[in-house]
Design a protein around this ligand. Structure first.
Ligand code: FAD
Length: 466
């Protein structure tokens, strides 16, 4: 009976959820529905496939909660979310075989190891007579669709984004399904709690719980509130960490609880009634989404982005031998530089950090402490709820000078001037570093002038290697 189902193509459709933990605007789910067969929904926690980067602690916390939300929305439509842990290749082919599926559907990922894995799975499924269909769900402009006039990848953001805006505009989002036909069989599924994605001993996630509500519904609430209250002043206030001026959508986008198509079209609609600087806010906001697209463009063409300098000249950069004490002072927000410490403590407490402060803290680590950007990237990977395989390494390399479209090396952020300019009422620093300004606050661990000169001297080595 099962074999017959498969041969005639009437078996169920497996929808493999990955970085797209939502129901609305989910092209894979949408296409599976169009096909009309019963649905099997599956998520695989893959910590074993070669090259797939293990998730950091904050990401694991987010994933746990996001999977709970997705399980509940699927259950409302009568479909169980099957949870399995292990190498995705073995599990997806096994699920397809156990359900006698005719087809497997997923939305594409863009990291090197993930693409290799998906290619292998696609081939294996097809070999066994199961169709495999993949779709664009996480990027507005897939990396290979945007090229320079010479057919090369872009390495500078502005022409990249101009080319994107000249390309066919992103399609409209697909609606959320109102009903699903569940596959009636029974598949074993893991207990989410048993995956221990949430920390217990110690439970350091209190600040994360107080700050965030993972899941598709809350992503949409956040977008709606942002568009209504903050979009008009986004261009003016987005650089001020004390203001709640940005969208806070990054972890929701990272886990695909909302798609960039939904954000793009909702922003365009909201901007229709805006003029002057408010209208600029919408353009600026969409440009930031463009930086996300650019980071993926860079990752796609440089899959080793988290471990290798994008500019090979930087292989000659004389990073200092690792000073553990300085690294710890930075991680714990005890450098004696108020804006750096405020950012690092915000990160530890809430799993996020304002973009301006990310740039300042990253510059301080790589240029004032001359610690290799990979150390900082790893710390952010572990502690950010939005830790993203493309945006995190691309941004770190951008600050360090080794990345695509990086700022000129000599533009070294001065954390004191940045503090004066972007937190003029010291509200952000006071909120995150209560003892700032008292004797209990650490004295600066380095001299800014001296370390700036040392960084510029170190950079001479890169110039000489060119
Ligand atoms: P908004 O200002 O509301 O922007 C809207 C969306 O655009 C964001 O949600 C995000 O998806 C995207 N975006 C905004 N700025 C950038 C940017 N510079 N690069 C790429 N995408 C951007 N962003 C991540 O999503 N994950 C990371 O791991 C990450 N690591 C970073 C590390 C460093 C050292 C730096 C300097 C920046 C990093 N960023 C990262 C980019 C940026 O800081 C965050 O996307 C932003 O602070 C998220 O807040 P928001 O959602 O309120 O942003």
């Amino acid at each position: 009976m099962l074999e017959a189902d498969r041969a005639t193509g009437t078996g169920p459709s497996v929808v493999w959820f990955r970085d797209d933990l939502r129901l609305a605007d989910h092209p894979a789910l949408h296409e599976a529905l169009v096909r009309g067969a019963p649905i099997v929904a599956v998520f695989v926690l893959d910590e074993e496939s070669p090259g797939v980067r293990p998730l950091g602690g904050a990401s694991r916390w987010w994933l746990h909660n996001s999977l709970r939300a997705l399980t509940s929305s699927l259950a409302d439509l009568g479909v169980p979310l099957v949870l399995r842990r292990g190498p995705a290749e073995a599990i997806i082919t096994e699920v397809a075989a156990a359900t006698a599926a005719s087809a497997v559907y997923w939305n594409r990922r863009y990291g090197g190891a993930e693409r290799d894995l998906d290619t292998r799975i696609k081939a294996e499924l097809r070999n066994t007579g199961v169709a495999a269909h993949s779709f664009a769900g996480s990027l507005l402009f897939e990396p290979w669709t945007i090229q320079t006039g010479q057919g090369k990848p872009y390495s500078v953001f502005t022409p990249f984004w101009r080319a994107c805006l000249a390309a066919p505009l992103p399609r409209d989002p697909y609606p959320a399904p109102t009903g699903l036909d569940a596959w009636p069989g029974d598949l074993p599924s893991d207990d989410l709690q048993a995956w221990t994605l949430e920390p217990t001993r110690p439970d350091w996630a209190e600040g994360l719980r107080a700050t965030w509500r993972p899941g598709e519904a809350s992503a949409h609430t956040r977008l709606a509130e942002f568009l209504q209250d903050r979009l008009p002043r986004y261009a003016d206030d987005r650089d001020l960490p004390a203001e709640d001026a940005t969208s806070g959508l990054s972890p929701h986008l990272r886990w695909g609880e909302i798609s960039p198509y939904q954000v793009w079209h909702a922003t365009r609609r909201a901007s229709e009634s805006l003029t002057g600087s408010a209208a600029k806010g919408a353009v600026r906001f969409l440009t930031e989404l463009g930086w996300r697209e650019f980071s993926y463009h860079v990752l796609f063409h440089a899959p080793n982005l988290a471990s290798h300098n994008w500019k090979p000249d930087f292989d000659a950069f004389p990073w200092q031998p690792l000073d553990e004490q300085a690294l710890h002072a930075w991680q714990q927000g005890r450098t004696g530089f108020a804006l750096v410490d405020a950012g690092m403590r915000e990160l530890w407490r809430t799993g996020t950090m304002h973009n301006r402060v990310r740039m300042v803290t990253a510059s301080f680590l790589t240029k004032n402490l001359l610690i290799d950007w990979r150390e900082g990237e790893r710390w952010f990977w572990d502690t950010l709820v939005d830790a993203d395989p493309a945006s995190n390494p691309a941004s770190w390399q951008w600050v360090a000078g080794s990345g695509a479209d990086a700022a000129p090396y000599f533009r070294i952020f001065n954390p004191e001037l940045q503090f004066a300019k972007f937190d003029p009422h010291q509200s952000y620093v006071r909120a995150n570093v209560p003892e700032w300004g008292t004797d209990a606050y650490p004295t600066p661990i380095v001299d800014l002038g001296e370390t700036r000169r040392a960084a510029l001297a170190a950079y001479e080595t890169v110039k000489a290697a060119k």
